[in-house]
Design a protein around this ligand. Structure first.
Ligand code: UDP
Length: 369
């Protein structure tokens, strides 16, 4: 009998797993680790000190020390690669190099030049789950090298995310798509279906400029509808500015909550509003809302527009168009919340997610090294 595959995951280094600093990557990594372990695969996660994944023995995570890298989304496109020492990322890779012979595949969850650059120097294959669109020239170059050298080692979460990379655009790689597509899944048992919303809107995510909370504040100011805000406060000055600019908006910020508690509040809302200013790679929160039966109103920008079916599980409107958001709120009664839950069950379960990952791994195994 063949041994089950052994996977070494390298976490995002921006903050401990469970802190919210890593956004959707945290939940995605935790969900995939739990699901693969439950299926008998051998798992180990290298992650920043203080990380925890609920429901897993602490020994699955090996804590690694060092300074986190800077957020890629707050840097200029032509920013040089900067590594603050002692570097957490460098320590993660050092440890991975020591452990590599005990694993069949190393999966990187960070979005950093060093992680992509090091792919060439490992005996054990390194694959990458890319969590953001194109933001930095140096990262793009490193990714292009991987795409040309190792087909199938790069996964993204949505077509729109993949299209942000110039090397992925038509014809650049001799017509070959450089990406494998891995939409994320959630543990549907953790999300209760709520048949009716109570009127408030929800806005869920890291409070940071790329997430565009100001447009949801404008929506609240125009309609008088309260908005419940949940998420990691990444940029306090930005949050202060929104409150100052939209004094009439009814914004109720409840902090960053664990999934169980977050979904209880989200489920009571009449819709989740997503107003990204960047090309959102996926948008875990859209799937989480659907799992609760909550329709999603989103800009046609990035992953959420691929998750939401316009007129069936929510409304997809032109980017940056606040009047269109207002209009969509007025049409929420046309969305059947049962359809929302069904869509999550059919397309975004943990099983579907694990099958996609395992198919990807089989593809990597077949590739000539
Ligand atoms: N989240 C959470 N508690 C909260 C608010 C948000 O656990 O109170 C999580 C949410 O479950 C999701 C992540 O924060 O996994 C946000 O991920 P998303 O993909 O929407 O955006 P990102 O931050 O990755 O850009």
């Amino acid at each position: 009998m063949t041994q089950p595959r052994r996977y070494l995951f390298l976490s995002t280094p921006v903050g401990p797993l469970g802190s919210g600093a890593g956004g959707g990557v945290e939940l995605n990594l935790a969900n995939l680790t739990r699901t693969l372990m439950a299926r008998g695969y051998q798992m180990r996660v290298l992650a920043p000190q203080g990380s925890c994944i609920a429901g897993l023995p602490p020994t699955v995570i090996e804590p690694v020390a060092g300074l986190p890298p800077r957020y890629a989304q707050s840097q200029r496109r032509d920013a040089p690669v900067q590594i603050d020492t002692p570097s957490l990322l460098a320590h993660l890779w050092q440890r991975a190099a020591q452990m590599q012979d005990d694993f069949d595949l190393i999966v990187n969850w960070s979005y950093d030049w060093l992680s992509f650059y090091l792919t060439d120097f490992f005996r054990t294959p390194v694959a990458h789950i890319i969590s953001m669109g194109s933001l930095n020239n140096a990262v793009d170059q490193a990714l292009e090298h991987i795409a040309q050298t190792y087909p199938d080692r790069l996964a993204v979460h949505s077509r729109a995310q993949g299209q942000t990379f110039a090397f992925a655009q038509a014809g650049m790689l001799e017509g070959r798509d450089p990406f494998v597509y891995l939409p994320c899944g959630v543990d549907l048992q953790q999300y209760d279906f709520v048949p009716h919303g109570k009127g408030s809107l929800a806005w869920v995510g890291r409070i940071a400029p790329e997430k565009g909370l100001e447009d949801c504040a404008a929506l609240s100011e125009k309609t008088g509808i309260p908005v419940v805000i949940l998420g990691h406060l990444q940029d306090p000055a930005y949050w202060q500015q929104i409150q100052a600019n939209y004094p009439q908006a009814q914004l109720d910020y409840r902090g960053f909550l664990p999934t169980r508690h977050m979904q209880q509040i989200l489920g009571q809302c009449s819709a989740l509003v997503m107003t990204p200013k960047w090309i959102e790679a996926f948008g875990m929160v859209a799937v989480e809302a659907l799992a609760c039966g909550v329709p999603v109103i989103t800009y046609r920008r990035g992953g959420p527009a691929e998750i939401v079916r316009d007129g069936e599980t929510g409304w997809v409107v032109d980017p940056d168009d606040v009047p269109a958001l207002v209009d969509a709120v007025g049409r929420l009664d046309r969305i059947d919340r049962h359809h929302c839950r069904q869509r999550a069950e059919q397309h975004y379960s943990l099983n579907v997610m694990a099958e996609r990952f395992l198919a990807w791994d089989r593809q990597i195994c077949r590739d000539p090294v």
